[in-house]
Design a protein around this ligand. Structure first.
Ligand code: AMP
Length: 285
């Protein structure tokens, strides 16, 4: 596996692979890789001839009071995880390589980026769209891989790909979880022992939502209230949002039918965690 630090370096490696007739898969990450990231890389490995993993803690997607400085980093370990999962190259640019002095261009996906996580993280999805658009232009992948764990991100980026006519197939990979249901996340490293126990409330709340729907709940407002109550029952968690929404538009849904997105965010201590589920609402017989 190769390590590239410059745009020119990664372009060269990708260009060589393409000249050999290989299809290109891209897996963008912020590093501190875990099994969720590894699953994305394995999927890319299975589908593509050449797999590029990017590791870049993107300053543009962090708010002024967020954890940019303290975000966990371990490049040596990441290189091992990426190699074992099947990456051909890791692109790990410095901030100045991605954002040279005078960098002035920004991609915004209006509407979709300002609800749910975007409401409490203003500018976040603009930062994500901008860096992913740049990575797309650098790597020119045939396919790009993203996790369902960041569901809203997949919706925003799919819209960007459609609107700006990127010729890239977007692949969404199901959320990889710990045994107790907690979605794997680099930010789980922040959790103290008692907090780690408390955060299972996110997954438990999603499971409760699924059971309520199977038991006949069809009122979105009532479902949202029940989920909120369940989460508020965990004293260490502070609810950021609970959304029962349309999976394509992210608009709130009151009458439950078809496929539904249930998305949650909560603070546990200073750590903000998210989770979601896509739930098929059974048609009434
Ligand atoms: P991050 O490094 O947190 O920016 O994540 C990089 C990519 O990995 C994103 O597409 C995430 O959605 C995906 N990802 C993160 N955690 C998981 C997980 N537990 N399961 C599946 N994909 C994940």
């Amino acid at each position: 596996m190769e390590l590239a630090a410059t745009v020119q370096g990664v372009r060269q490696l990708v260009g060589d692979a393409r000249a050999r007739g290989l299809s290109i898969g891209l897996v963008p990450t912020m590093g501190f890789l875990h099994e969720g990231h590894a699953e994305l890389i394995r999927r890319a490995r299975a589908d593509c001839g050449f797999v590029v993993v990017t590791i870049f803690v993107n300053p543009l997607q962090f708010g002024p009071c967020e954890d940019l400085e303290s975000y966990p980093r371990d490049l040596a370990r990441d290189l091992q995880v990426a190699a074992v999962a099947g990456a051909d190259v890791v692109f790990h640019p410095a901030v100045e390589e991605m954002y040279p002095p005078g960098f002035a261009t920004h991609v915004d996906v209006h509407g979709l980026g300002t609800v749910l996580c975007g409401a409490s993280r203003p500018g976040h999805f603009g930062g994500v769209a901008t860096v992913v658009a740049k990575l797309f232009n650098i790597v020119l992948p045939d396919r790009a891989y993203f996790g369902q764990k960041d569901y809203q991100q997949t919706v925003v980026l799919r819209r960007m790909v459609r609107d700006l006519a990127f010729d890239i197939e977007m692949v969404t990979v199901p959320t990889v979880r710990h045994e107790d249901g907690l979605a794997m996340s680099s930010r789980n490293a922040y959790l103290a022992t008692a907090e780690r126990r408390a955060v299972t409330v996110l997954h438990d709340s999603l499971e409760m939502a699924r059971h309520r729907i199977l038991a006949g709940e069809r009122d979105g407002t009532a479902l949202e209230a029940a989920i909120r109550e369940r989460m508020e029952g965990e004293p260490l968690a502070r609810v950021d949002y609970v959304a029962v929404a349309d999976p394509d538009t992210l608009a709130p849904v009151t009458r439950l039918e078809g496929t539904l997105l249930v998305a949650l965010a909560a603070f546990v201590g200073r750590t903000r965690l998210i989770d979601n589920a896509l739930i098929d609402v059974p048609a009434r017989g």
